[in-house]
Design a binder for this molecule. Structure first.
Ligand code: 6PG
Length: 247
């Protein structure tokens, strides 16, 4: 866990993590499979990676972009996680189309989830992975909601009990919308998961996830525990305020 005085200090360190993870993955396997987080927090990280010095420190041609979740809206919609990443990073680094594995938010939710799962199974089996086993993403970035949700896995959702599917469609009452999300079987196969959490409104969720809730229930973000991978928490001081962590 790393606690930073300011969000910008957090994002600088997170950018270094992406650079390092990309270099290690490309050196080891010839590519970097990177699952991007949605929401608003990571926008400043993606923008930082799109300009010097970081933009010159990643071999973008070897990067494959995935998403942890997507709102069921068209890719040019203001709520689209893809649009946020396109505006802040992809328009600058201009990856090849077959390196951008966008979740089809424009599709009917259940059909979109099935189509994306087929795409992931095709992509990873064509690249030597066992199609029967969830893919090992090199780096998964995740955010945290005030209720302890991550990606689009919300407290109490049946999606949390999914053990076979890699991608599900889920209706989010709290946000009154349908979403597509990677499931825990995929998230928990990652080589490295990094949570990026900023702001006072997340402090309660950070405490509940990292210290365990009084009622013993494990919040969705607390269920992300790769069996053979690393989990990093990047917190600003405001988000860490209730765990009293020393810097
Ligand atoms: C989404 C994200 C979601 C997000 C958290 C935090 O599609 O909204 O996947 O899990 O990471 O809700 O959102 P903010 O970064 O906007 O606070």
């Amino acid at each position: 866990m790393r606690v930073f005085d300011t969000p910008s200090a957090l994002m600088r360190e997170a950018a270094n993590l992406v650079v390092e993870s990309a270099a290690n993955s490309i050196a080891a396997r010839g590519r970097f499979t990177w699952t991007l987080a949605g929401g608003s927090t990571p926008r400043s990280l993606y923008a930082l990676l799109a300009r010097p010095p970081h933009v010159d420190r990643i071999s973008w041609d070897s990067v494959h972009f995935f998403w942890g979740d997507e709102r069921c809206v068209p890719p040019d919609h203001a709520q689209s996680n893809f649009r946020m990443a396109r505006e802040s990073l992809l328009d600058t680094v201009q990856p090849a189309a077959d390196h951008v594995h966008r979740m089809p938010g424009e599709a009917e939710p259940a059909a979109g989830a099935e189509a994306h799962e087929r795409h992931l199974r095709r992509f990873f089996s064509a690249n030597g992975s066992d199609p029967g086993v969830p893919p090992r993403m090199d780096l998964v970035l995740l955010g945290l909601g005030p209720d302890g949700h991550t990606a689009s896995l919300f407290p109490g959702a049946t999606a949390l009990r999914e053990t076979e599917r890699w991608v599900i469609a889920t209706h989010v009452d709290q946000a009154v919308s349908w979403r597509l999300s990677l499931t825990l079987p995929v998230l928990n196969r990652a080589r490295h998961v990094a949570f990026l959490v900023v702001g006072t409104e997340k402090a309660g969720a950070v405490r509940a996830v990292l210290s365990g809730r009084a009622d013993g229930d494990v919040l969705p973000a607390g269920r992300v525990a790769p069996e053979d991978g690393e989990v990093s928490w990047f917190l600003d001081a405001a988000a860490a305020a209730e765990i009293g962590e020393s810097r």
